[in-house]
Design a protein around this ligand. Structure first.
Ligand code: DC
Length: 221
């Protein structure tokens, strides 16, 4: 049976950075499920579909094919065969993904793909509903969080590094809104699974969090 590690938590908690490093250390495949929701959101944006138009979203779901490929260990997301990895990272796509990920048709499609990937490989998968819904049998479940202020500051520094102009108060407001949506939607809201270990990274370095998760995984092997 393959080893499955689930990492859930709110936006900006550092899930992807940490999951990538744990995957490298343990030679697992890293699966970034947020990227899949973002790729679907990109399609809706490109097609000019209104996020509140359930009919249009449902119809579009039938026209979308999401797949995953790996190039030198890096995950690539393909939207109808086209690599969109470089186009899904901006805030507009992230916010659209937070809204459209509430639709059942969107989730069904992606959860099926995520389960297929986890069945055939040792994976570390990050998202919002991995421990509660996608992989309830995962051997290790982590709920990774940090205070809103710390998450906003990290995102601010990340954007600054990329040379983008941004405001800390706006980022913080954005994160609060995203938390609110992700935690309160009807289907698979973000919450800590009962058997997940809570890791608050507010006062931890990346390496400390990685070491903590690696040791939990080694105990389970
Ligand atoms: O982790 P991220 O910021 O790339 O995710 C973008 C949005 O996708 C997030 O706000 C909610 C949604 N998402 C989800 O609903 N379930 C997941 N497993 C992963 C992401």
């Amino acid at each position: 049976m393959s080893m499955n590690v689930a990492i859930d938590g709110p936006a900006g908690a550092g899930k992807s950075t940490i999951a990538r490093k744990v995957a490298e250390t343990l030679d697992y495949v890293y699966v970034d499920t947020g990227a899949m929701y973002r790729a679907m959101a990109l399609y809706f944006l490109n097609e000019g579909i209104d996020a509140s138009d359930a009919g249009a979203i449902g119809k579009a779901c039938d026209d979308i094919e999401i797949s995953i490929a790996y190039e030198e260990g890096q995950q690539k997301v393909l939207l109808n065969g086209e690599d969109v990895t470089g186009r899904i990272r901006d805030e507009k796509v992230g916010n659209m993904a937070s809204v459209t990920s509430a639709y059942g048709c969107v989730r069904e499609k992606l959860v099926a793909l995520q389960r297929k990937l986890a069945a055939r490989e040792n994976v570390i998968m990050d998202g919002r509903d991995i421990g509660t819904c996608v992989l309830p049998e995962a051997q290790v479940k982590i709920y990774l969080t940090a205070s809103v202020e710390v998450r906003a500051k990290r995102r601010y520094q990340e954007l600054e590094k990329k040379g983008e102009t941004c405001r800390l108060d706006e980022i913080e407001q954005d994160i609060r809104k995203r938390d609110e949506r992700d935690m309160n939607r009807e289907i698979s809201p973000l919450r800590q699974a009962e058997d997940a270990i809570l890791v608050d990274s507010s006062d931890m370095t990346i390496d400390q969090v990685v070491a903590c998760i690696v040791s939990l995984c080694k105990e389970e092997r």
